[in-house]
Design a protein. Structure first.
Lengths: 682, 215
């Protein structure tokens, strides 16, 4: 006793510990849970357990279910739990769980389970006679099934499930008398079943086809279908129930065809399965009622109304209200034929009341008709009117109902269309955006291209302008030089030939006269005549100097340079020394280079004047190994080369030098002047 | 007397006529340009030929352009009046000019105007009348310089040196001397070798040429 108590406490503690260690053993825990939930579900399924026990098990299963992580497995489990509730006839719970399953499978994108959940919900609504909602659910389910990629899942199983949903839809359509649609969908369902190689629902499908064929008055075809149903029923170990149902159906077909003997034959054949019928009183009652009705129609009154009563009693005992209405109507018809109007009216009233109770308007209509026929004039008229009214409203309802079904299909189609429209619009939008982007890019590229073209053009014109400036500069210099030379030459000649000649003449004359005169001043005059001779000599020298060296074109550049230097230096009162290596053949040097060197010099001088506070500038053009070296040296304050590196002046110089593929060096020290060395290959 | 300056003619007259009036009968004709001078020379060669010609080098050229200077005129005069004594009077004292005139005309008298005084002119006149040539001191200097050199430079070489001394660059020499640049370079090197200063620069060459009296 004590030890068992201990054991119990130990066990509890152990559980507690497991609970505490949950995070470490989560996988084990999942296994444990799935085992546990399976056990509960199995227990709930076991019909040997009491209803209460089964309910408890389902609740426990649901408890564990809610702790599972969201995945396909979890959806599978909630479906199983819902089946448990269905078996226990707790349909609301069944519906609630399947709605949860639908939401969950939507959440985890599990389309297969969504389809299943819709189908299960359809079953619920069909049970509740909410055919339109049921149809809607089946329809949604079917849509998913027809889209599912059957390669991922077990193709046969899905095809079978698809078939199930199709036949469910077909049967609903049959019930609302949308026969041709129902027929089409049934055929699709049969195809699915055959493809899935599971013939379980083929008998049901063929029965449905038979019923539809009967409505289309294709009796032979109808009978053929029903026989096929029996055939497939045999393969599915449902031989007896299917045979009974089909025989009943065949009987009804023959009855509609007014082949009463044949009808009687099949009803009787069906009634021979006594063992089966004993277990299925509803079917038994239906067969009896149908047999009786056929007998009545064929005027074989031998066993009626007893057969009607027998069926009615069975139906009453199992509370088969639908059956009771049919039965009551048959009886009313029978008594009307027997001209026992009061009895007929009694059964017609009964049919009417039960019809109202279960709101079966079609049966109500039939009861109204009989009542209107059997009752006395004013009451009969009242029911006739009720009949007309009901008939109208029924037709209207039927139309509305069909419309509703059509709308379900239409609306879902419309949503799909809308989606398509949206996706089309999105496509257009994306294309438009892409197009615009491409256009923008293109525009930008063109813009850049033009910009760079402009820049190039600008650089080109700038270069041309530079050359033009240089040319003008040079021309001006040359003209200046020419003018100067011309003037010098003129002066030189004038001095030499004119002034000098005449001076010489004068001196000679004076000298001649002086030789002859003897007034004692001869010596003095001779002195002046000698002086005149000196003057002549001087003038000759001047003339010689003026006349030397005519124009040299290459001197023009150096002259331009020199005048630049001297002008600037004079303006800024700075001394300068300029030397030009005579070996530089300026005449044959590219104008661009000359302009660049000129500008570099200009820029450097400006820098010196602005920043260096220099007193003397030395400028050299040297010629060394096919290179022109320009050196500009000042004795100013200098600069820190890092500090001024980004100045626009130095940048310009650097860019000009690199244009000529030359090298430039700026050497400077604080208070030690600056040296700019440019070396340019010819 | 051929000179384009009347003042100079005046000077000659004043000198010659003043002193020599007593000794010689002097008749003087005057021409101030080449055309006039040539006409007179031509005329005198047919009538009474001139004994003496005073010729200036720089003169306005003849209208047909065939006679451009006193040098040309002197050549003609020598043919037309072979007995006449030609006296050259010029302002130019450059060696290569003197050299040329001496070579082409071989005048009886060669006077450089800037050296000239009236007494020298008289001296020259008297000498030439007596058949003795008279040259100015400058011209004589030139002769002396030429003699001291073991070799002589031809006219073109002298021209090259002369222009170089004026500051003309070698590469511009073809404009002044009718030779190609490479020929000039060759001649320059020859001159340097003659001066035995091969491979020296132009500066040295000019110094040496001055020393030796070629400039």
């Amino acid at each position: 006793m004590l030890s068992s108590h201990f054991k119990f406490i130990f066990f509890v503690l152990f559980l507690f510990l497991i609970g505490c260690e949950k995070p470490n053993e989560i996988i084990d825990n999942e296994d444990l849970k799935s085992n546990l939930i399976q056990t509960y579900i199995d227990n709930a399924r076991d019909t040997n357990n009491s209803v209460k026990d089964r309910n408890n098990n389902l609740e426990k299963a649901y408890g564990i279910y809610s702790t599972l992580k969201d995945d396909t497995f979890k959806v599978g489990k909630i479906h199983e739990i819902s089946f448990g509730y269905y078996a226990l006839k707790n349909y609301d719970k069944y519906k609630e769980l399947n709605e949860k399953a639908l939401k969950l499978s939507g959440l985890i994108n599990d389309s297969l389970n969504m389809a299943r959940s819709y189908a299960y919900l359809g079953i619920y609504y069909r049970r509740s006679e909410l055919l339109d909602i049921a149809y809607e659910n089946f329809y949604e389910s079917e849509k998913i099934y027809s889209k599912i990629n059957k390669e991922i899942y077990d193709a046969k199983e899905i095809t079978f499930d698809h078939g199930k949903v199709l036949i469910d839809m077909a049967r609903i359509l049959q019930r609302i008398k949308a026969y041709s649609e129902s027929e089409a969908i049934t055929i699709k369902a049969i195809e699915s079943f055959k493809e899935s190689e599971n013939e379980r629902y083929l008998p049901l499908s063929y029965s449905n086809l038979g019923i539809i064929a009967k409505y289309f008055e294709q009796y032979e075809k109808a009978i053929e279908y029903h026989f096929k149903a029996i055939e497939y029923g045999k393969k599915n170990k449902k031989e007896i129930s299917q045979t009974v149902t089909s025989y009943n159906n065949i009987g009804i077909v023959y009855r509609s065809e007014k082949k009463y003997d044949k009808a009687k034959e099949y009803f009787t054949l069906a009634l021979e399965f006594e063992e089966f019928l004993a277990k299925n009183p509803a079917t038994y009652a239906r067969l009896l009622d149908n047999l009786a009705h056929v007998n009545f129609l064929s005027n074989d009154t031998s066993e009626i109304p007893e057969l009607f009563f027998k069926a009615f009693r069975i139906r009453d005992s199992i509370d088969d209200k639908q059956g009771m209405i049919t039965n009551a109507l048959h009886l009313a018809e029978y008594y009307k034929a027997q001209e026992q109007d009061s009895l007929s009216a009694q059964y017609a009233y009964m049919a009417k009341d039960i019809s109202v109770e279960i709101s079966n308007n079609e049966e109500l209509l039939k009861s109204y008709q009989i009542l209107s026929e059997v009752l006395k004039s004013d009451e009969g008229v009242k029911f006739a009117q009720a009949h007309i009214q009901l008939n109208d409203s029924l037709q209207k309802d039927e139309r509305l109902f069909k419309d509703k079904f059509a709308r379900i299909r239409y609306e879902t189609k419309e949503i799909a269309e809308q989606n398509q429209q949206i996706s089309r619009e999105n496509e257009i939008l994306i294309i438009a955006i892409l197009g615009l982007t491409a256009l923008f890019l293109l525009g930008y590229i063109i813009f850049r291209q033009q910009q760079s073209n402009k820049e190039l053009l600008f650089a080109q014109t700038q270069q041309e302008a530079n050359q033009e400036i240089y040319r003008l500069l040079l021309n001006q210099q040359i003209k200046l030089e020419e003018g100067r030379q011309l003037e010098q030459k003129r002066m030189s000649e004038e001095l030499h030939d004119g002034v000098l000649g005449r001076l010489f003449g004068v001196r000679l004359s004076l000298d001649g006269i002086n030789q002859r005169a003897n007034d004692g001043f001869t010596e003095a005059r001779n002195k002046y005549i000698d002086e005149l001779k000196f003057i002549e000599k001087e003038i000759r020298l001047i003339s010689h100097d003026l006349g030397t060296e005519s124009l040299q074109p290459d001197v023009a550049y150096i002259d331009a340079v020199e005048s630049l230097i001297s002008d600037l230096c004079e303006a800024n009162s700075i001394n300068f020394e300029f030397t030009n290596d005579e070996n530089i053949d300026w005449e044959h040097i590219d104008d661009q280079k000359k302009v660049n060197l000129f500008r570099i010099l200009q820029e450097s001088l400006q820098n010196i004047f602005k920043h260096a506070s220099a007193k003397t500038i030395k400028i050299n053009f040297d010629y060394l190994e096919d290179k022109i070296n320009l050196t500009i040296l000042d004795d100013g304050i200098g600069f820190k080369s890092t500090k001024v590196k980004k100045g626009i002046g130095l940048k310009n110089i650097t860019s000009r030098v690199s244009q000529m593929s030359g090298v430039v060096q700026f050497l400077s020290n604080n208070n030690a002047g600056t040296k700019v060395s440019v070396s340019v290959p010819i | 007397m051929i000179d384009d300056h009347p003042m100079i003619i005046e000077g000659y007259k004043n000198t010659l006529l003043g002193e020599n009036q007593k000794e010689y009968q002097i008749r003087i004709d005057i021409a101030s340009n080449c055309d006039e001078a040539y006409d007179r020379i031509l005329k005198s060669s047919e009538t009474i030929p001139y004994d003496m010609l005073f010729v200036d080098i720089k003169l306005p050229p003849s209208s047909d352009g065939s006679i451009t200077s006193g040098e040309d005129l002197a050549k003609h005069a020598k043919e037309l009046l072979p007995k006449a004594k030609v006296i050259i009077l010029t302002m130019h004292r450059e060696d290569h000019r003197i050299h040329n005139i001496l070579k082409n005309i071989n005048p009886a008298g060669f006077l450089i105007k800037s050296d000239l005084t009236s007494s020298e002119l008289l001296l020259a006149f008297n000498n030439i009348v007596k058949g003795k040539a008279y040259y100015s001191a400058t011209v004589n200097d030139h002769f002396r310089k030429m003699m001291t050199n073991k070799f002589s430079l031809d006219e073109k070489n002298l021209k090259i040196l002369y222009h170089l001394s004026r500051g003309v660059k070698t590469k511009n020499l073809p404009n002044y001397v009718s030779l190609s640049l490479s020929a000039i370079e060759k001649r320059k090197n020859q001159i340097k070798e003659m001066f035995s200063i091969a491979k020296a620069d132009d500066q040295k060459l000019l110094e040496e040429a001055r020393k030796r009296g070629f400039i």
